[in-house]
Every structure is written in C-alpha cells, then in structure tokens.
Write a protein of this length. Structure first.
Length: 332
C-alpha cells in the first residue's frame, strides 16, 4: 500500500533582492497512516518551509519535486483543489497560534468554518461540531467556551483550540509545527498525549516539527534531521538516539539537557552558525562546524570541504549524508 504522504526531492526557493534562498533543497520522506515523522533541526533549517510547501501554502516560492497524498500529486494543483485537500484531508497546526486565530471571531466560529464549508453544514450543525471538538481536546465547559474569543483562553488552551480546528474535518494527515514550544512542560505533555490519542483512534499520520529532541523521543516513529534545507540523517527513532551517524545529529543529542545537569550548567549548543542558503559552500554544509572534519586526515578533510555528501544507507531505514559517519557504512 502506498504511504499516506510521499514527498520526493522537494525543493523550495525564494527569490530575494540578496539572491535565491534555497530554503529546502531536495528533501524526501514519507509518512504512513498511524505513524509520526519527527522533523527536527535548528532554527532556519527549513522545517516550516517544508511543511508549508506540503500544504500548498508557500506564497511566492518556486516549488519543485513531488508531494503525493494518497497517491495524488499536490504540487501544481490549483488553489481551489488545494483548498479541498487542506482541512479535509490534510491539516496543519501553525507555529504561532495567535497569528492563526482571528481575534474578532469566537473560537466556535473558527473551528466550524472549514467544517461548514467541507460538509455543507448549517450554522447550528457547525456550532455543535465545534462544541464536540472542544470537548474532544479536553476543554472544560465546551458549550459555554465555544462562544468565547481567543484572548479569553490561556496559551495551552489556545493550542487545544488550534488542534480542534485542525481536526474538525477529520483529516488523514496532521502537520504540527512546534505545537508545544511556548508551553510549560505539563501542558506540553498533555497536548502531545492528546495528539497521540487522536492518532490512535483515527490512524492519523502526523508530521511533528520541533527543535526539541525530547519531544521527538516521546512521539516520533521515524525522524528526519534537517540541516540547511537538506536531510542530514533519517532513521527510526530508537536507532537515531542509540546510534546517530551524522555528527550534526550527535551534536543535537549532546545539547539535550540531562537529568544530572545542575541548573547553572551551560547549555551545550553546537558552536558555529548555520550555512548560507543563498551561496552554499560546495562540500558538506556542516563541515565548518564539524569536529570530525577538523580531526580528520588532510585528505578526508579536503573531501568534506569539496564534495557534497549524499544520503547513504547505513541500516534498514537509516541513512545519513556524511563522508565520515559515526556508524561506518556496511558494518551493520
Ligand atoms: N518568504 C521567504 N523569503 C525568503 N526566505 C525565506 C522565506 N521564508 C523562509 N525563508 C528562509 O528559509 C529558511 C528556512 O526557514 P524556516 O522557517 O523553514 O525555518 P525553521 O526550520 O522552521 O526554523 P524555526 O525553528 O526557527 O521555526 C530561513 O533561512 C528563512 O529565512
Ligand atoms: Mg519554523
């Protein structure tokens, strides 16, 4: 059976006065029904641009490659056809909940909006659906709160409203862009549990975008690590944590806070800055920050700087784009 979502060699470029920004430069991944793909990488690595392109919301960008949902090609579809796909079959929770909730409409009106269009439902049926969805995402007194406005909700409750909005039309695919970043850990755990429960009930395929590997460990089945608009590593989640092959992934794992950290321990960030997306260096874009490149022989070092690594298989489902992977190719 074909996967729910198949993305092949996706490229997204923006023309800017400074030059062409290659925000996403050849990403491929797939998501099966009932599974979660974690999309991780530091700020600016192309996570949001990837997800917006999948949803056809890449205003003004040049998008190439294939985006198939249930086998149907979405890249190149007109706005009207995309409108049917969005909300009905694929839904997105945006990175910034306040900007995607309208301050002048009640949450009920906003949850019901797409539902009413897609199911040709009247106002009363739309409101009933909104109440039902608010209850499903665990908002107390949904019949009263449905008529309130976004500013009357706390941050965590607004995130729940966003989830209710995204799921009101029963989509098959949910793309959640940092759905818990601004929330405290307890609320974050509640939101992730909520998405997981709905996923189990409905076989939803989920793309969970985050820069938080703790979230990935909790919810993802597969992981795609992005660096500078490209895939650095792709692996099943247990494998990624147990045997990261790309030094960048290793760096991300090392920057996770540990249980034995004292409060004043410095955060272990990866030194250096992200690569240029306008004039990328010819070799590996991580090489200037890579400890393995620095420690390598002159010959290997030169190769990292000159030749762009392509994704190579290391084990079933595990690939890394690195000349000096931490797991030697072919050994496992
Ligand atoms: N409309 C645009 N025009 C030009 N460049 C853009 C545009 N939108 C995004 N970019 C660039 O594309 C790159 C990827 O951005 P993106 O928002 O996908 O990053 P991200 O991985 O989601 O980061 P964050 O973790 O901060 O949300 C960034 O360098 C960004 O500046
Ligand atoms: Mg983003």
């Amino acid at each position: 059976m074909a996967p729910l979502l198949e993305v092949e060699d996706l490229k997204v470029a923006f023309d800017t006065p400074r030059g062409t920004v290659r925000a996403v430069d050849g990403i491929s991944f797939s998501v099966e029904a009932g599974r979660t793909l974690g999309l991780v990488g530091e700020s600016g690595s192309g996570k949001s641009v990837t997800s917006l392109a999948v949803m056809g919301l890449h205003r003004g960008a040049a998008v190439t490659g294939s985006i198939r949902l249930h086998g149907q090609e979405l890249n190149g579809l007109g706005e009207k056809e995309l409108g049917t796909v969005r909300g009905r079959r694929a839904a997105m929770i945006f990175q910034d909940p306040l900007s995607s909730l309208h301050p002048f409409y009640t949450v009920g009106e906003q949850i019901a909006e797409h539902y009413r269009v897609h199911f040709k439902a009247n106002r009363k049926a739309g409101r009933a659906r909104a109440v039902e969805m608010l209850a499903e995402v665990g908002i107390p007194e949904p019949a009263r709160r449905v008529d309130e406005y976004p500013h009357q909700f706390s941050g965590g409750m607004r995130q729940r409203v966003m989830i209710a909005m995204a799921l009101a039309c029963e989509p098959d695919l949910l793309i959640a862009d940092e759905p818990t970043t601004a929330l405290d850990v307890t609320v974050q755990a509640q939101i992730l549990d909520l998405i997981a429960r709905i996923q189990q009930e409905r076989g939803l395929g989920v793309v969970m975008i985050t820069h938080d590997l703790g979230v990935v460990a909790r919810v993802a089945h597969e992981v795609l690590v992005m660096y500078g608009g490209r895939a650095a590593e792709q692996a099943p989640v247990d494998r990624l944590f147990a045997q990261p092959a790309h030094p960048y992934t290793r760096g991300l794992l090392d920057s996770l806070p540990r249980l034995d950290d004292t409060d004043d321990a410095p955060l272990r960030a990866i030194p250096g800055s992200p690569p240029s997306l306008i004039a990328p260096a010819p070799g590996c874009s991580f090489a200037p920050r890579c400890a393995r490149t620095t420690a390598a022989s002159a010959e290997e070092h030169a190769r990292c700087l000159a030749e762009r690594p392509v994704l190579g298989p290391l084990a079933p489902g595990h690939q890394a784009a690195c000349h000096l992977p931490l797991v030697p190719e072919g050994v496992l």
